[in-house]
Design a protein around this ligand. Structure first.
Ligand SMILES: [Mg+2]
Length: 420
């Protein structure tokens, strides 16, 4: 089954003014939609990062895929390496404040998922079966809570989102209630480092009081010092399930881990297989937040699961602003990893647009059902794709910049870390 065409379509979709330690989300988030078409006209799809450097890399690789068999993953790896270099690095934001990563893993992943979609379509099985089978029928996700502004600055053409302003612990509690009531989430995570640590501790205590059976997490994206982290952790001992990337660097994590009784999770200090030996040796980060988009695809993420199991590391899943194709790929791989036992992160409830047929995916009791349809289980809506591609053409900016966006609200905003 030979590839005859690869299409890349950058898109932009509406995103609310969500706050993090470095700044605020812009009115639109970007992604790139990948379509791989075979000689018989069958199309496999995927969704990946929408930053310019990823797009340039993918566009450089795409011609080398023509003529390749969709089952030939070694051939795909060679095509990626030969096109951009195996160790190619490019500036690219993986999380607020985390830049630069090998391009190979995320480029390979971008095409691997589309090939797996095709393979699944051809053999009539869902992708999770190609990964070894599913260990659960539905994948649980956590409510991703954000402090946020009530509307975007300088963007009169975007509709203000329905959530309004959330800048106090009380408003955050309302946000959590709404998320849980709408989607049934059974875990809650706060994007932290926005209010003072004292206010965020108060918010977490309110959440715990209201949702005593929901595991709680905080992610300040390196926004705290070691001392602040230890204070927060002591204040929330017995309340937090894990603390995510509180302070920068493994040395900081070691000092923190020695002083607190809450496990540290990371999607910033550990972002590739190359990082794992040091993480295992340091024994400070105990939970890896996987993400198939930059760990090298669905099969690589499954291999990560086995490594975590061997070394006694926990495994959960990170997310960026994304649409339904990514959510479905995350669901297949999460279903296929026996030890992915934490509820996964997702930004999906914050989005209103999508590019899939049949409209947006629905959570049931906080879960996405693992599809039994062949391949990914979702198809592209070409009219929506065109519409969001038009958005991208009109939305003039190349890469996500939360710091610059925040300066529209607060001109002296520095966005430097640690903040507290
Ligand atoms: Mg994170």
């Amino acid at each position: 089954m030979i590839i005859r065409d690869v299409r890349l379509t950058p898109i932009a979709f509406r995103d609310p003014p969500l706050l993090n330690v470095t700044g605020v989300h812009e009115p639109y988030a970007t992604r790139c939609i990948v379509e791989i078409e075979t000689a018989t006209g069958r199309v496999g799809i995927n969704e990946t990062y929408g930053d310019k450097s990823t797009y340039v890399d993918l566009a450089t690789i795409a011609p080398a895929l023509v003529g390749l068999n969709i089952y030939d993953m070694a051939g795909l790896a060679a095509a990626v390496r030969n096109s951009i270099g195996g160790a190619a690095r490019s500036e690219y934001e993986m999380a607020p404040g985390t830049l630069s990563k090998t391009a190979f893993a995320r480029c390979f992943a971008a095409f691997e998922v589309a090939c797996l979609d095709l393979q699944g379509q051809l053999c009539g099985r869902p992708i999770c079966d190609l990964l070894g089978g599913k260990y659960r029928d539905a994948v649980p996700y956590s409510a991703y809570l954000f402090f946020k502004f009530g509307g975007h600055r300088d963007q009169p053409n975007t509709v203000d989102d329905e959530w309004g302003e959330v800048l106090t612990p009380e408003a955050l509690l309302w946000e959590a209630r709404t998320m849980v009531a709408r989607h049934g989430f059974r875990s809650l995570k706060l994007k932290a480092g926005v209010l003072s640590p004292e206010a965020e501790v108060a918010a977490l205590r309110m959440l715990h009081q209201e949702f005593p059976d929901h595991p709680l997490r905080m992610d300040p994206n390196y926004g705290w010092t070691v001392e602040t982290t230890v204070k927060v952790a002591h204040a929330l001992e017995g309340i937090l399930e894990y603390l995510e990337d509180p302070a920068k660097g493994l040395t900081s994590s070691r000092r923190i881990a020695a002083a607190i009784n809450i496990p540290i999770a990371s999607n910033m200090a550990v972002t590739s297989f190359e990082d794992l030996p040091e993480v295992v040796t340091a024994n400070a980060i105990r939970i890896i937040l996987s993400d198939h988009h930059y760990w090298g695809g669905l099969r690589a993420t499954r291999e990560l699961g086995r490594i975590c199991d061997v070394w006694g590391l926990g495994l959960s899943m990170h997310s960026n602003s994304h649409l339904g194709i990514s959510l479905m790929a995350m669901t297949h791989v999460a279903a296929s990893i026996p030890n992915l036992t934490y509820d996964c992160d997702t930004h999906y409830p914050w989005q209103v647009d999508d590019v899939i047929e049949g409209g947006r995916l629905r959570f049931e009791n906080g879960c996405i059902r693992v599809p039994s349809e062949p391949g990914l289980g979702v198809r592209l809506d070409q009219a929506k794709l065109k519409e969001l591609h038009e958005n991208h053409k009109n939305f003039i900016r190349e890469d996500r910049d939360d710091v610059a966006e925040m300066r529209k609200y607060q001109p002296d905003w520095a966005g430097t870390l640690p903040r507290y």
